[in-house]
Design a binder for this molecule. Structure first.
Ligand code: 5AD
Ligand code: FES
Length: 336
């Protein structure tokens, strides 16, 4: 499909065609991954960030955020707990926090790989230079999540005062060249986002051919300039998940926390529209409420201590099976 065909489709989806789109995506997912849903243990290790994205609750200009930074030993403790719970992928996510130097991160990654050689390490730490990306890959990190956020230059520039559109794309290219399994992705329902912008997101994904694709609705955060903007809708986000599955059939696509925040069954609905990964929260309970990218984030209270078991129930009720394996992307496994 070209841009005009995608726009036509997006602007004419009704209840029937939307159902057909989600069914097609579900069939594609069944064909590639079956009913398996991969679990990743998410560790949000620092909410300190030097960037200032307009939508994000941990932007540097938000002086009301309670900041925290986990020590390397505390991150290792989370991995131990996760490993004992059965996780074989750890996603280390943070704001862009230079306190974690290349040396510290390489030491952490090597330590995790030494203790848990059968686990995969995924980084989600934002933009760094090639040298750092290379050293962290050599230390044992095999995957990297860096959403492109939006493929529209106009929107990207309006939302990211401290970053450039070119550099974002350049970082994604580098990660791929270095050899990481790469995750891109975007938000749906950003203020001012049009069908044409969403068409560009899909065409960009097709061109980049990432291993992972993270898609969630934009959700406002009260301490950001976008606090009064409407949230992205569940329906539009499900449509984009389904289309991402059809455009990049072998990708691993998470049913994101933002989907679960937008609707009580948002993650289940995402799984039924082509998603095949969930990322339960493994962060220490004490810091969870502080990692707030948007308002009303789920899984931040005491009742969420073990998201693993909550999600296992939910996934099975939705008709899928939990797979605790590393779950590498088919795309990557078939690379020469
Ligand atoms: N609403 C939805 N998603 C957000 N993210 C950051 N802020 C928000 C928000 N207000 C997403 C970005 C980022 C990912 C970790 O979280 O896409 O890449
Ligand atoms: Fe976190 Fe259900 S997934 S409480």
């Amino acid at each position: 499909m070209d841009s005009e065909e995608i726009i036509l489709l997006l602007e004419n989806l009704g209840p029937d065609s939307r159902g057909r789109l989600h069914t097609l995506a579900h069939q594609k997912r069944m064909d590639r991954y079956g009913t398996k849903v991969y679990l990743r243990g998410l560790i949000e290790f620092s909410n300190i960030c030097k960037q200032n994205c307009l939508y994000c609750g941990i932007r540097s200009a938000n002086k009301s955020a309670a900041r925290y930074r986990l020590q390397l030993e505390e991150i290792m403790d989370c991995c131990q707990e996760g490993y004992d719970l059965g996780y074989r992928t750890f996603v280390l996510q943070s704001g862009e926090d230079d306190w974690y130097t290349t040396d510290k991160l390489a030491q952490l990654i090597a330590g995790i790989k030494r203790s848990y050689p059968d686990a995969a390490v995924t980084l989600s730490i934002g933009e760094r230079d090639d040298e750092t990306y290379t050293r962290l890959f050599e230390a044992g990190a095999e995957r990297f999540l860096l959403r492109h956020e939006t493929a529209s230059r106009r929107l990207y520039e309006a939302l990211h005062p401290t970053m450039t559109f070119e550099n974002r794309r350049d970082r994604l290219r580098s990660l791929k060249t270095i050899g990481y399994q790469v995750g891109a992705g975007f938000m749906v329902g950003l203020p001012g986002q049009t069908s044409q912008d969403l068409a560009e997101d899909l065409l960009y994904l097709k061109e980049l051919n990432p291993d992972m694709i993270g898609i969630g609705p934009f959700l406002p955060h009260q301490a950001t300039p976008l606090k009064d903007e409407p949230a992205g809708t569940l329906e539009a986000t499900l449509d984009m998940i389904a289309l991402a599955r059809l455009f990049v059939p072998d990708a691993l696509i998470p049913a994101t926390t933002a989907m679960g925040t937008a609707h009580p069954y948002g993650r289940e609905l995402a799984l039924q529209a082509g998603a095949n990964v969930v990322m339960p929260n493994l962060s220490p309970l004490a810091v969870r409420p502080k990692y707030t990218l948007y308002d009303n984030k789920i899984c931040t209270g005491d009742e969420s201590a073990q998201c693993r078991f909550c999600l296992e129930q939910r996934i099975e009720t939705a008709g899928f099976r939990v797979d605790m394996g590393r779950g590498d992307s088919l795309n990557w496994l078939s690379r020469p």
